[in-house]
Design a binder for this molecule. Structure first.
Ligand code: ACM
Length: 262
């Protein structure tokens, strides 16, 4: 399954421009699955609720979801991409899954980071979608630091965890190796690059380093910290179905939830 990441620097607030850039790049590709960064149409550092209200979209049926649906239909791929969602008077840091037949589903980020707590509500569930070639789970950025997020997806059968991110801390790319090993899944972490300083004296430098890790913890590639790049990799999804870590240890059957604290 040809799986790809597009790492770039969205321009804050310039939705049309960001969408055109994404479309121009993805039109030239020939893959099965593409993962884009968190909040990739709007940028990250909001400074007011009004700003978010002006940029967030109702899903499905929004212009962005409609245009991505047409792109997926034209190119025959599935897309996972982060965007700001508005649902009535609530806002979510969300990611959509769209395929050649159109919109499939939305994940709303459960674990909000720093000032995201000012603007967004937390999501309340993890979900896995079967797209025939693979079972796809989605988590967003800071969800990585809670092993329960990836575990919840793996326990629901996820084979590929798509992980749109806007990383500013240095730990995630290495931690995702563990998330892959402990769940025996592929993780596809799509980060952005660039700097946003929309709040005075609070610049955010996004760390790039987008990567795919296989179920045994092998990093199949890692992009540079500052490069814009589209990178694809042929992955063998069946590798994520073998949960036997030794001949006598099964990663799920050997769990012992009774002795864990919740
Ligand atoms: C993050 O969750 N965007 C760091």
């Amino acid at each position: 399954m040809k799986t790809a990441i597009y790492q770039f620097a969205p321009a804050f607030g310039a939705k049309e421009k960001n969408l055109q850039k994404i479309e121009k790049t993805l039109l030239q590709t020939d893959v099965d699955l593409v993962v884009l960064p968190e909040l990739c149409t709007t940028g990250y550092q909001f400074t007011s609720q009004k700003e978010l209200d002006d940029l967030a979209e109702s899903i499905p049926g929004s212009p962005t979801v409609e245009s991505w649906s047409q792109l997926c239909q034209k190119k025959g791929f599935h897309l996972v991409a982060g965007l700001a969602e508005k649902d009535g008077d609530q806002f979510f840091n969300s990611a959509v899954l769209i395929g050649p037949e159109g919109y499939i589903g939305t994940y709303r980020k459960v674990h909000l980071f720093l000032d995201e707590k000012k603007w967004f509500q937390s999501g309340c569930s993890f979900h896995v979608w079967d797209i025939e070639k693979a079972k796809i789970g989605i988590m967003i950025c800071f969800d990585w630091i809670f092993p329960e997020a990836a575990r919840s997806l793996a326990l629901q059968g996820a084979e590929i965890i798509c992980h749109p991110v806007n990383l500013v801390l240095p730990y995630c790319q290495d931690a995702m190796i563990t998330r892959s090993i402990e769940n025996r899944v592929f993780t596809v972490t799509a980060n952005r690059i660039g700097i946003e300083e929309r709040v005075k004296d609070n610049p955010l430098t996004f760390t790039g380093g987008s990567q795919i890790v296989d179920p045994k913890g092998q990093r199949l590639f890692r992009l540079g910290a500052k490069v814009e790049a589209f990178q694809e990799m042929d992955i063998h999804v069946t590798k994520a179905r073998d949960k036997q870590i030794t001949a006598k240890n099964h990663i799920f059957y050997d769990r012992n939830p009774k002795v864990y604290q919740s």
